[in-house]
Design a protein around this ligand. Structure first.
Ligand SMILES: *Cc1c(COP(=O)(O)O)cnc(C)c1O
Length: 316
């Protein structure tokens, strides 16, 4: 099987629509070529590169039953024929297409109250080590510097697209959750020294915590890679909007359902109510509210296609 993206390969970037004299483009990270793509697949490549380099033989991670991360990680584990252990909070454990796939990939799922997730992870790691196993632990959502690096690389793909197409994106929007995607993009911007606004639309977390987690991830990555950038600069570049979270994770409102409908009917692009449609409709509201005009705007489609089918089942 292929273990690494071929050099220079990049997800498609396409123009979709004009809105308030702005041109909106979408980078299709949902088409990243493994397990229904998305940002979790892009991040997982880096984690499994480390896995393959080390002498590990099992994978441990955590996430809910709807987790795109857990689906991708268990798929990459099944592709290597290694065991995958997932610790899952019982508060978010209803069956989804993602959880059905985790079962198909034969992940061993332990469901516990959310307050017991971290101690259960510790227990599982100890238990595996005592059995002579070499478990590789991956943080939920692909959080950490390897996940951040995946979006530094994505940022480079965007810059390459700009150079070869003679375009400059004034804004980059996307769904922001644990913040690794955003951290990678902001680090990319800092490294390239580009002038533009990178706007994370929070899908659940509220400020100030949501924004602080992004800032911490940025600092961690810059320190590890020996960049010396003042906190004030990082602060200025980190835009994390918590105005469009709706009722938080996995809850939808009419605007979000409309966005799912329109994007599929008009452009053939699947979106979901937890992440991408929430962020896209949040972006359109932000453009409206801030009277943004005559700009080139890039939306990164971060994936989650299986969640589209969960939404489809609920839609009339
Ligand atoms: C996890 C996820 C996000 C959020 O990514 P973070 O790096 O955690 O901020 C956005 N979109 C989709 C589809 C996701 O699965």
């Amino acid at each position: 099987m292929f273990t690494e993206k071929s050099k220079g390969s990049s997800t498609p970037l396409m123009w979709v629509e004009n809105n308030h004299f702005n041109k909106i483009y979408i980078k299709r990270d949902d088409l990243f070529p493994f397990s229904f793509g998305g940002n979790k697949a892009r991040k997982a490549y880096n984690f499994f590169k480390k896995f393959d380099e080390g002498c590990f033989d099992t994978v441990v991670t955590y996430g809910s039953s709807s987790s795109n991360h857990c689906r991708v990680i268990s798929n990459m584990a099944s592709a290597r024929n290694v065991s995958c252990y997932i610790i899952s909070p019982e508060e978010a454990s209803e069956p989804t297409y993602n959880s059905k796939m985790m079962e198909l990939f034969e992940a061993e799922i332990t469901t516990v109250p959310v307050s017991e997730v971290s101690c259960t992870i510790e227990k599982k790691l100890t238990e595996l080590k005592n059995k002579g196993k070499k478990p590789y632990f991956i943080a939920g959502g692909g959080h950490g510097n390897l996940g951040t690096k995946a979006y530094v690389d994505c940022y480079r793909e965007i810059v390459e697209y700009e150079l070869s197409n003679g375009i400059h994106f004034d804004y980059i929007f996307f769904a922001s959750g644990t913040g690794t995607t955003q951290a990678g993009l902001v680090c990319g911007q800092l490294i390239h020294g580009d002038d533009r606004k990178i706007v994370g639309i929070s899908i659940a977390r509220k400020n100030p915590r949501g924004r602080q987690v992004v800032i911490d991830s940025i600092s961690d990555y810059l320190v590890e890679n020996k960049y010396n950038i003042p906190d004030a600069v990082i602060n200025d570049l980190t835009i994390f909007l918590d105005d469009y979270t709706g009722d938080g994770y996995a809850k939808e409102n009419e605007k979000i359902i409309d966005t799912i409908n329109i994007m599929l009917k008009k452009y053939g692009i699947p979106m979901d109510s937890t992440y991408t449609a929430k962020a896209y409709s949040g972006m359109l509201s932000y453009i409206d509210e801030n009277n943004i005009k005559d700009k080139n705007i890039l939306f990164i489609h971060t994936g989650g296609t299986p969640l589209f089918f969960d939404d489809l089942r609920r839609m009339k």
